[in-house]
Design a protein around this ligand. Structure first.
Ligand SMILES: Cc1cc2nc3c(=O)[nH]c(=O)nc-3n(C[C@H](O)[C@H](O)[C@H](O)COP(=O)(O)OP(=O)(O)OC[C@H]3O[C@@H](n4cnc5c(N)ncnc54)[C@H](O)[C@@H]3O)c2cc1C
Length: 406
């Protein structure tokens, strides 16, 4: 019997709704299930860098994010405490697909826009539906079993089941997806929201073993996220508010601004494991954090989820529509993802160690602060629009040092 669906997607936030939407727009019959209902928040900060913003524009969804009053972020300032004193680098990222602006929409807003866009594309969305197990026949995944909020069993079949169920992906666990390039959790962060704390765009403060960022978001609020090494998370947790405020005191000018602001939400905290997973097998695929997770310090997760959704949609379409063998199409998906993501992944996991800059990096930062092109290049690495291997490569560094006469 022909399945009712071509594809079932488990999880309906950044990766799941987007993948479901893109597949439905190509004419596939798609079911997306999520145990959450929408709108609802996710345990995540939500800075979207230029590549993710460009993806939202490609999806036709950027206008909705802007219309909801999400402030544009056009300036990025990195503040460092170097051996000889503080240094600040301010710039604007080089474009990704013509976009240089970042946005930090609340997840209640962003995820609802994505779910609604999937539904408008024809995806059947089942909210409040928990996925429990895979249906496997002859070693091939052919469907899912789960339950709704009343405990009623849900069973559906499809040609492909996609796990977009986040960092604790049950789909990945059940298929025993192989992990590689793994790194432990490196930093632990607590964040909350402040009113009366205007910022000059995106501000980041980086000191040995401590780091924080201030990011403007909806409703005139500012998200401030404070990072400590994961090894110190229990000490952080022992007095979250006290430790959070004491950290901000390390940059008194910033702490004085917070003195005049009001905290409007409780603290939330989390750390992320770092891994790539093999993102496909017989009858199943993974996308978003289920497939690949990196420390949030460079704010790449949402952009990566969008990119993964586009790559996976291309692979699925190549197989289902163009008859490319499944293994070939999905191996392309994995290969392209790994090639594109690995350099920034390595850079991200290095930054997340919260170590003091090396003497070479100090020299580079001191040189870059006098040169706008160098500062734009530096902030572009964090935004994901220049590869760290290109920016920090010997050719670029030598050229920069010569240009500024160091
Ligand atoms: C503290 C923190 C800060 C971060 N900051 C940023 C940032 O500033 N910028 C950025 O780009 N990224 C950030 N990230 C990363 C970002 O949150 C993720 O990369 C992104 O949410 C991944 O989207 P996803 O759709 O793969 O997973 P998720 O957003 O986790 O969505 C997974 C969905 O699957 C559903 N689900 C899970 N299990 C089941 C089940 N059994 N049955 C049914 N449904 C299920 C969940 O309900 C959820 O809705 C941060 C992450 C953390 C933890």
């Amino acid at each position: 019997m022909r399945s009712k669906y071509d594809v079932i997607v488990v999880g309906a936030r950044c990766a799941g709704s987007t993948t479901a939407m893109l597949l439905a727009r190509r004419g596939y019959r798609v079911l997306a299930v999520d145990r959450a209902t929408f709108p609802s928040d996710a345990l995540s900060t939500h800075m979207i860098n230029a590549p993710g913003v460009a993806a939202l524009r490609r999806f036709g969804l950027l206008d909705a994010v802007i219309a909801a009053g999400t402030p544009a972020i056009d300036k990025f300032t990195f503040n460092f405490a170097l051996t000889d004193g503080p240094v600040s680098l301010s710039g604007r990222p080089l474009p990704s697909d013509g976009i240089r602006t970042g946005y930090a929409p609340r997840r209640t807003l962003l995820d609802k826009i994505l779910v609604d866009a999937a539904a408008s594309a024809g995806v059947q969305i089942r909210e409040g539906c928990t996925f429990d197990e895979l249906i496997v026949e002859d070693d091939v995944v052919v469907g899912i079993r789960g339950h709704d909020r009343d405990g009623v069993t849900v069973e559906e079949r499809a040609r492909l089941v996609i796990g977009a169920d986040g960092r604790s992906s049950r789909v990945a666990k059940l298929v025993e997806a192989e992990e590689y390039h793994t790194r432990p959790r490196l930093q632990y962060q607590y964040f909350t929201y402040w009113s009366g704390l205007p910022t000059d765009g995106f501000e980041i403060y980086s000191l040995p073993s401590r780091c924080w960022a201030a990011i403007p978001t909806n409703d005139d609020l500012t998200l401030v996220v404070v990072c400590w090494p994961n090894a110190e998370r229990l000490a952080f947790r022992a007095d979250i508010e006290g430790n959070y405020r004491a950290t901000l005191e390390l940059w008194p000018e910033f702490a004085r601004r917070v003195d005049h602001a009001t905290r409007v939400e409780p603290f939330s905290g989390a750390a992320c494991a770092n891994y790539f997973r093999k993102p496909y097998g017989p009858g199943w695929a993974l996308v978003g954090d289920a497939a690949y997770s990196r420390d949030p310090i460079t704010a790449q997760g949402i952009s990566d989820a969008f990119e993964g959704a586009e790559l996976l949609t291309t692979a699925v379409h190549s197989h289902l529509n163009d008859n490319l063998p499944y293994e070939v199409a999905m191996a392309d998906y994995q290969r392209i993802r790994d090639q594109r993501r690995l350099p920034l992944y390595e850079h991200t996991t290095q930054l997340a160690r919260l170590e003091a800059p090396s003497p070479e990096l100090e020299q580079l930062l001191l040189a870059a602060r006098t040169d706008q092109a160098a500062m734009d290049g530096f902030v572009s690495v964090g935004a994901g629009t220049i590869s760290p291997t290109e920016y920090f490569g010997p050719g670029n560094v030598t050229e920069l040092l010569e240009r500024v006469g160091r």
